[in-house]
Design a protein around this ligand. Structure first.
Ligand SMILES: C[S@@+](CC[C@H](N)C(=O)[O-])C[C@H]1O[C@@H](n2cnc3c(N)ncnc32)[C@H](O)[C@@H]1O
Length: 252
C-alpha cells in the first residue's frame, strides 16, 4: 500500500464515489477510508462476508469464535452446505475458512465447492471482535455489490474514482501461486476491462489500475500513463523485492 497510495488521489479530492470493482480484501479501501464507496466482487461468498460483518459484527464473531480448532472440524465446516443458513452464519463460516485454510487461498472445484486444504490456527486469532466492529463501521456508508466488473465500471460517473486491481494475467502470479482463483480471467477479460475503462475516461471518471507489466497488457492501455511499482511482492507473495514486475496505469 505504501508504494501504491501515493499515486492515488487523496479522499478529499474524490468528489464522487470511491469504487473498487475487484474489491477482494479491500486493502486500499480500508486504508483510504473514503466518505462514499461502492465495493464489488464477483465472489458471492466474499460479498456476503462483508454484508454479514456490516450488519451483525458481534453475531459473526460469536459464531466464528465457537468453531472448534481441530483439523477435523475444519473439514466438517468446509463441507457444511450453506443454503438455508442465515447471513451471520455464512459470513462466520467464510471468515473461518479464510483464516484457517492453507495460506488464505480461495479456490473452488468444478462443482463450485470451496476445496482448499487445512492450514492451521496461526492466523485465526490475529483478528478480534474489535476488528469486526471496525470493519462494520467502515462499511456503513458503502454500497456492496456482487457483480461482474463491467457493470460496475459502466455505472461510474463524472467525479468518481475507480481503483482497479483485477486478477493477474493467467500464466503469471495467479497460476503459479493459485492465490485467488474465482473463475478464469483470460486475455479477452483484459480487453473488455480496457474498453470499459476507456468509456469511463470519456465520462470524466478517473481511475488507476495495478497490474503485471506484461507487453500484451501494456498494449491495451497505450493511451494512459504507466508507472512502474519499484518495490512490491512481485512473484513471491509476502516477500518484498526491487523488481515487482508490476505497474500502475492511470488515466490522469
Ligand atoms: C487481485 S484480487 C483483488 C485484491 C484486492 N485489491 C485486495 O485488496 O485484496 C482480484 C479480485 O477480482 C475478483 N474477480 C475475478 N473476476 C472478476 C470479475 N469478472 N468481475 C469482478 N470481480 C472479479 C476476484 O474474486 C478477486 O477478489
Amino acid at each position: 500500500m505504501n508504494y501504491i497510495i501515493p499515486f492515488l488521489p487523496s479522499t478529499e479530492l474524490i468528489r464522487g464515489k470511491f469504487i473498487e470493482p475487484f474489491v477482494g480484501s479491500g486493502a486500499i479501501f480500508f486504508a483510504l477510508n473514503p466518505r462514499r464507496a461502492l465495493l464489488s466482487d464477483i465472489n458471492p461468498e466474499l460479498i456476503d462476508l462483508y454484508r454479514g460483518i456490516r450488519r451483525y459484527p458481534l453475531k459473526v464473531w460469536e459464531i466464528y469464535e465457537s468453531f472448534p480448532k481441530t483439523k477435523k472440524a475444519y473439514y466438517e465446516i468446509r463441507a457444511t452446505r450453506t443454503d438455508g443458513k442465515n447471513l451471520a452464519f455464512r459470513a462466520a463460516r467464510t471468515l473461518y475458512l479464510n483464516r484457517t485454510c492453507f495460506k488464505g487461498m480461495w479456490r473452488h472445484n468444478a462443482n463450485g465447492e470451496f476445496n482448499v486444504g487445512y492450514g492451521g490456527q496461526d492466523r485465526r486469532w490475529t483478528i478480534s471482535k474489535a476488528s469486526l466492529k471496525e470493519v462494520s463501521n467502515k462499511l456503513k456508508h458503502t454500497i456492496l455489490k456482487c457483480s461482474d466488473f463491467e457493470k460496475v465500471v459502466d455505472e461510474s460517473s463524472k467525479g468518481d474514482f475507480i481503483f482497479v486491481d483485477p486478477p493477474y494475467r493467467p500464466g503469471e502470479r495467479e497460476m503459479i501461486h493459485d492465490h485467488y482463483i474465482c473463475g478464469k480471467f483470460s486475455y479477452s477479460e483484459y480487453q473488455r476491462l480496457a474498453k470499459a475503462l476507456e468509456r469511463a475516461s470519456n465520462r470524466g471518471v478517473r481511475w488507476a489500475l495495478t497490474i503485471s507489466s506484461h507487453p500484451d497488457i501494456l498494449d491495451l492501455f497505450e493511451e494512459n500513463h504507466v508507472i512502474p511499482i519499484l518495490r512490491g511482492t512481485g512473484r513471491k507473495p509476502g516477500i518484498l523485492t526491487n523488481d515487482s514486475g508490476e505497474v500502475i496505469i492511470r488515466n490522469y
